[in-house]
Design a protein around this ligand. Structure first.
Ligand code: DX5
Ligand code: ZN
Length: 214
């Protein structure tokens, strides 16, 4: 059964506590952290992670769309992050590698995310350091975009890489996930689905989460 990670980016921030309560049936909570440099948008950071940590026992899945993420991984973990996923494109290879090692050294799960234009094969040198691969199904920076059609193929390529490497690693898909695209992702081998708009716009959020599980 795939895990569902609603993206807080799509929540109503005037009542974030009640929004988190409304998706308590989810498997993880996804936080889209944006710095306005790596992506042309600014979302939220430490105070929001810390506040939500205090009101849920769900694992916090933090997606860092920020430059030089190595500078902040400890502080996101101190504030409650359980999974910290950074972008391969966000720093030099040696610092990407060091950031992943540092996340694991702190006892948390390390993830690497790829923008749509980055080949899945770019993950190969990092596979043994990864607990999570985040395949972007949209250009990072904004919720509510349309799912890119090449995404299932990219998911299948990531799954093949993991099989060949013999490692245990989640494959998470982020962007434009709804009932139709969730099925495509599940069939291609995804194990975690991020859904912002689809879940928070649903009349019955718990039912929508269950439908996305398939
Ligand atoms: C893009 C964000 C979005 C968000 C989910 O940078 O990462 O993908 O999580 O967006 P929607 O609303 O498409 O589920
Ligand atoms: Zn995300």
């Amino acid at each position: 059964m795939v895990k569902i990670a609603p993206s807080i980016l799509a929540a109503d921030f005037t009542k974030l506590g009640r929004e988190v309560e409304s998706i308590r049936s989810a498997d993880l909570l996804h936080f889209d952290v944006m710095d306005g440099v790596f992506v042309p948008n600014i979302s939220f950071g430490f105070p929001v992670i810390r506040a939500v940590r205090a009101v849920t026992a769900l694992p916090l899945d933090v997606h860092l769309m920020i430059t030089r993420p190595i500078r902040y991984v400890e502080r996101f973990i101190e504030r409650g992050a359980d999974i910290v996923t950074l972008h391969l494109e966000a720093d030099e290879p040696n610092r990407v590698r060091e950031a992943l090692v540092r996340i694991r050294a702190l006892g948390k799960k390390a993830g690497l995310s790829l923008k749509p234009a980055t080949p899945v094969s770019a993950l190969e040198p990092y596979l043994e350091l990864l607990d999570n691969i985040l395949i972007m199904a949209v250009e990072p920076g904004f919720g509510g975009q349309s799912f890119l059609p090449e995404t299932p193929d990219r998911v299948a390529r990531a799954a093949a890489l993991i099989r060949r490497a013999g490692t245990a690693c989640d494959i998470e898909v982020d962007g434009g996930v709804n009932r139709r695209t969730a099925a495509l992702c599940r069939d291609a081998g995804a194990t975690v689905l991020v859904a912002g708009s689809d879940v928070f716009r649903a009349d019955d959020r718990a039912a929508e989460i269950q439908l996305l599980r398939g």
